[in-house]
Design a protein around this ligand. Structure first.
Ligand code: NAD
Ligand code: ZN
Length: 243
């Protein structure tokens, strides 16, 4: 961290667990506790089945995201940026907590989209999620797009949907352009994003993984940090005298 001029980080659900948002594959993860849930959240099922949409809207309304606050790990990345050392934050998270913490929105690449916006699956019109959720509270179970009547969904990438090619290509550039690539709180099992570790290594960067559990990239990493992310990240940034 001390030697790296440009640091790109890749964050996953593990950076937000301390903010009260459960991850998917950790010990308390949503998929770990309820494997069937994963099958439900494909784009095909969502578009075909109003019952899937009803349950998805209930989950959005009850989401911990609405009351979550950024934690010390999100803030450590803000300090890294203020020290002029952060190339980009590629995030698989959809919770918007990096921007809430104060990270520059232009440096945050949300490769799996954002839960803070709703999007029409027909006309692509976007509406803030906070304006749609009151319709659920008022009794709608499957609120249609106000422009075209199409099916509304959160602006996140579901299983079966492809990533936004512009965001993906910016993320690949950020992986290629850094001296140090730090993967934080991600099981590195979702592709193509996990492959950014390879992109960075091939371009000559060093790889550090900060995650409680093993990942498929541990063998090729230069260092592994198993400590809780909320402790480890501020310590790394302080040790490099960047805080
Ligand atoms: P994941 O659930 O597959 O992996 C999270 C990893 O973080 C686990 O290996 C776990 O051991 C580790 N971890 C959790 N808390 C930790 C802590 N405090 N300290 C150290 N390690 C910790 O998450 P992923 O790789 O990001 O993939 C999940 C997908 O689901 C993502 O693509 C994302 O789009 C989505 N998701 C997003 C959120 C969010 O926005 N906060 C939450 C859940 C899932
Ligand atoms: Zn529409």
């Amino acid at each position: 961290m001390r030697e790296a001029g440009a640091v790109t980080v890749l964050t996953g659900a593990g950076i937000s667990t301390e903010s009260g948002i459960p991850d998917f594959r950790g010990p308390q993860g949503l998929w770990t506790r309820n494997p069937a849930a994963q099958a439900m959240f494909t784009i095909e099922n969502y578009l075909a089945d109003p019952e899937v949409r009803r349950r998805a809207w209930e989950m959005r309304l009850a989401s911990p995201v609405w009351s979550a606050e950024p934690n010390r790990a999100h803030r450590a990345l803000v300090a890294l940026e203020r020290a002029g050392r952060l190339r980009a934050i590629v995030t698989q998270n959809t919770d918007g907590l990096h921007q809430e913490a104060g990270s520059g929105p232009e440096r945050v690449l949300e490769v799996h989209g954002t839960a803070r916006w709703a999007m029409c699956t027909d006309c692509d019109d976007r509406t803030p999620m906070r304006e749609v959720l009151p319709r659920i509270e008022a009794g709608e179970t499957d609120p249609p797009c106000r422009d075209c009547g199409g099916v509304l969904k959160s602006a996140t990438v579901s299983f079966g949907q492809s990533l936004d090619p512009e965001v993906l290509s910016a993320a690949i550039d950020a992986g290629r352009d850094c001296d140090l690539f730090v993967a934080i709180g991600t099981s590195l099992t979702v592709h193509p994003v996990a492959g950014l570790c390879e992109v960075a290594l091939s371009a000559g960067a060093r790889l550090v993984i900060v995650n409680a559990e093993p990942t498929p990239y541990d063998d090729v990493a230069d260092a592994l940090v198993r400590d809780p992310i909320g402790e480890a990240l501020p310590r790394l940034v302080d040790a490099a005298a960047l805080g």
